[in-house]
Design a protein around this ligand. Structure first.
Ligand code: HEM
Length: 739
């Protein structure tokens, strides 16, 4: 059975290229550092010097527009276009590429071109989108490195809508491709994919109740089934219950940061275009791309019925035509939804769907001008009718097409750009000037920035302040900068949002101590800014500069010479421009860098640490050196001494590593702490220490230990590596420096 102990093992026993039983087979629970080695330069064929924004500047966007427009209405024999227009198909590609985004961990979305790779390229919900990408290949080939797949996929969808009469709210390029499947993202734990009966088994905790199950959807997942972008179009678990479907829709779209108005706009707007495909039985369809034969060259779902395409297409197994105008931006989807009485029927593939049996058959056929169909809908479409809140919103949109157009435009723009991070990353001629709070906007710099002489003055003011010390300067700078997550590029020190809600109140930031530090830094900023006419220092710069000054001093006290580069130019955001709910997702459950919180039996403390390191795009050596350095700098969130294996706290020594690797220190778990806390005694010196899992993992994990040995061997090497990694974290969000 698929659930047996061999689940996931290839039955062939390859003797080459990494075959055979692996460490993950013998010790499936071993801490997985592979996520920290992702997207390394050696995997990128464009080379380390490649700079997308610079290449993109060479792109002739107008010509691209023309080429895509021509492609949209040039039907190809190998995959004929419904209604002579690939527009709806390209919209679905863009939507499925963007729609995996979930706000909780910011992962998913179109930003990295991940739909090209497994599992997404082979998810049942993405059936036949392999063909949509092949349609785009000639365009990608023509424009080469100046246009990423990630950008092309979403732009093609946006332009397709424009070509069908939708007034787009603008579009930003700037998504950089990745070259391997993202292994850091959690897609669920099921052993079965949609539409198998148990494909949602794990994420609903085994629950089979489809009503009001939303609060049970496992965090951070954004879809109800393994292999689906959002919800089952047939209704939860294939049950054609529109109201239950509405519950699933509200939950999953909510996880993407969409409210009810946006959700209704997106579904009704998306299904204003195109049709669904289930003309023949699923038994005609071959394996998905990742399981298909080598000679299919990455295409999957080979359909052996008739032509296997056109009127014989099988994609979702549902056969629905939503409107009389499937290639025009019009209000016919909502009109049809409200105008008709819906009866449960079956698609030719046997899937539950709804048909207006009394209505006139006047909906067009995709290939035969003389053939017409009765109106049809999906169960998930009827959710907009049956859920009272969705009903009202849908009715409002039906009666006010302009409002609907406006709301859909916003929601569509948000959908496509939600995971891009700051506006500084936006490229191209169509970037809208309107600013949205979900973009975490930053004010423009309206003053001269501090120079080297000012920086020296400010460092002096910081270090001479008695209320500030190494520990609290380091934790504040770290707290600000390390809120960044690479997944959707949110957070970071720029904006000084650590001084705003909700970050200011995160327990990991030790609000009381943070208040003191911010108060002192604000005073210094006032003094400096009061004395200067043109120049201003932002609180954000000062927070990072505080960390810089502290690290330099701590290194000097350790007798090592390092220079800590500092790039000024950060600005301060306002509370008004800070989406409190959106930012609440940035609060860590546990943060091993500051020895805050603990994991669970499921997600161990050290795994959460590695996940955080992935979000900070750290390598294994960077993770190691930062934790060792933070301990030396006495930077635990609450001032505890766990892992502070030094008698000189606040000095940038490599004591963490030398002590951890010292055979004379004997460790044992402290009772009643679930092996979260440990006591160590150095039998040679009699000194006692305490440590967390986030400390001891650097001695126990063989690869982390190997790295720790290097840092235990040289204080100077350690300090150099620490400073480099520190500055990297401080500048993670400085897209303004990189464009
Ligand atoms: C097609 C489900 C939301 C745009 C489809 C298909 C299904 C589906 C089953 C048919 C695939 C096929 O057989 O070819 C859903 C569900 C949604 C949802 C369950 C959420 C509750 C959206 C959204 C958009 C969208 C938000 C875009 C804003 C489209 C388009 C097509 C389509 C344009 C037509 C594709 C074509 O003509 O080839 N959707 N969808 N859908 N969907 Fe959705």
């Amino acid at each position: 059975s698929e659930d047996g102990p061999n689940f996931g093992r290839c039955p062939r026993k390859s003797t080459v290229a990494g075959g055979g039983t692996r460490n993950t087979d013998w010790w499936p629970c071993e801490l997985n550092l592979a996520v920290l080695r992702q997207n390394a330069a050696i995997s990128n064929p464009l080379g380390e010097e490649f700079h997308y924004a610079a290449e993109f500047a060479n792109l002739d966007v107008e010509q691209l527009r023309q080429d895509l427009t021509e492609l949209q209405t040039t039907s190809q024999d190998w995959w004929p276009a419904d209604f002579g227009d690939y527009g709806p198909f390209l919209i679905r590609l863009a939507w499925h590429s963007a729609g995996t985004y979930r706000a909780i961990d910011g992962r998913g979305g179109s930003g990295m071109g991940q739909i090209r790779f497994a599992p997404l390229n082979s998810w049942p919900d993405n059936a036949n989108l392999d063909k949509a990408r092949r349609l785009l290949w000639p365009i990608k080939q023509k424009y080469g490195d100046s246009l990423s797949w990630a950008d092309l996929i979403v732009f093609a969808g946006d332009l397709a809508m424009q070509n069908m009469g939708f007034p787009s709210h603008g579009f930003a390029f700037g998504r950089e491709d990745t070259w391997q499947a993202d292994e850091a993202i959690y897609w669920g734990s099921e052993h079965q994919m949609f539409p198998e009966e148990r494909s949602d088994y794990e994420r609903y905790n085994g629950s089979t109740d489809i009503h009001d199950r939303s609060d049970q959807l496992e965090s951070p997942l954004g879809s109800v089934n393994m292999g689906l972008i959002y919800v089952d179009p047939r209704g939860p678990r294939g049950t054609p219950d529109p109201l239950a479907s509405a519950g699933d829709i509200r939950m999953t779209f909510g996880r993407m940061g969409m409210n009810d108005e946006e959700t209704v706009a997106l579904i009704a707007g998306g299904h204003a275009f195109g049709k669904t495909h289930g003309a023949v039985a699923a038994s005609n369809v071959g394996p998905e791309p990742n399981a298909a034969s080598i000679h299919q060259l990455g295409l999957g779902w080979h359909n052996s019925f008739g032509t296997g395409s056109g009127n014989n297409t099988h994609t979702s197994g549902l056969e629905v035509i939503w409107s009389r105008t499937p290639t025009e931006w019009a209000n016919d989807f909502l009109n049809s939804l409200f105008r008709n009485n819906w009866t449960l029927v079956e698609s030719p593939d046997g899937a539950p769907q709804w048909e207006a049996l009394e209505a006139e058959a006047n909906y067009p056929d995709p290939f035969d001008e003389n053939k017409f169909h009765r109106p049809t809908m999906l169960t998930s479409d009827l959710a907009l009718l049956h859920d009272p809140i969705y009903h009202n919103i849908s009715q409002g949109y039906m009666n006010n097409f302009d409002d609907f157009t406006e709301k859909f435009g916003h929601a569509w723009f948000k959908l496509l750009h939600r995971d891009m991070g700051p506006r500084a990353r936006y490229l191209g001629p169509y970037v809208p000037s309107e600013v949205f709070v979900w973009q975490d906007p930053l004010p423009v710099v309206d003053h001269d920035t501090i120079d080297a002489a000012d920086i020296a003055v400010l460092k002096g003011m910081i270090l001479n302040n008695n209320a500030l010390n190494i520990s609290n300067l380091v934790t504040t700078a770290w707290g600000a900068a390390s809120s960044f997550r690479i997944s959707d590029k949110r957070g970071g020190a720029n904006g000084a949002r650590i001084a705003l809600q909700p970050q200011r109140s995160f327990p990991v930031n030790n609000p009381e101590r943070l208040d003191t530090v911010l108060g002192e830094l604000e005073t210094i900023a006032r003094q400096f800014n009061g004395n200067s006419t043109h120049k201003r220092v932002s609180l954000a710069d000062l927070i990072v500069l505080g960390g810089t000054a502290a690290v330099e001093k701590a290194a000097a006290d350790a007798g090592v010479t390092v220079e800590v580069p500092f790039s000024p130019g950060r600005v301060d955001a306002t509370q008004e421009n800070t989406d409190i709910e959106g930012f609440s997702y940035l609060e860590p459950r546990a943060d091993g860098f500051r020895n805050y919180g603990v994991g669970s039996p499921r997600d161990l403390t050290e795994e959460i640490l590695v996940d955080k390191a992935n979000q900070l795009s750290l390598t294994p050596p960077e993770l190691t050196v930062l934790v060792g350095g933070m301990r030396a700098l006495d930077a635990n969130f609450d001032g505890s001494k766990h892992g502070v294996f030094t008698n000189r706290p606040g000095v940038l020594t490599n004591d963490f590593f030398t002590q951890l690797l010292d055979i004379s220190t004997v460790w044992a778990p402290i009772e009643n702490t679930n092996e979260e806390l440990f006591q160590g005694t150095n039998v040679a010196t009699g000194v006692n220490f305490t440590a967390t899992r986030a400390d001891l993992v650097f001695g126990s994990h063989p690869e982390l230990r190997a790295i720790s040995e290097v840092y235990a061997g040289s204080g100077q090497k350690f300090a150099n590596a620490f400073v480099k990694a520190w500055v990297k974290v401080m500048d993670l969000d400085r897209y303004d420096l990189r464009v």
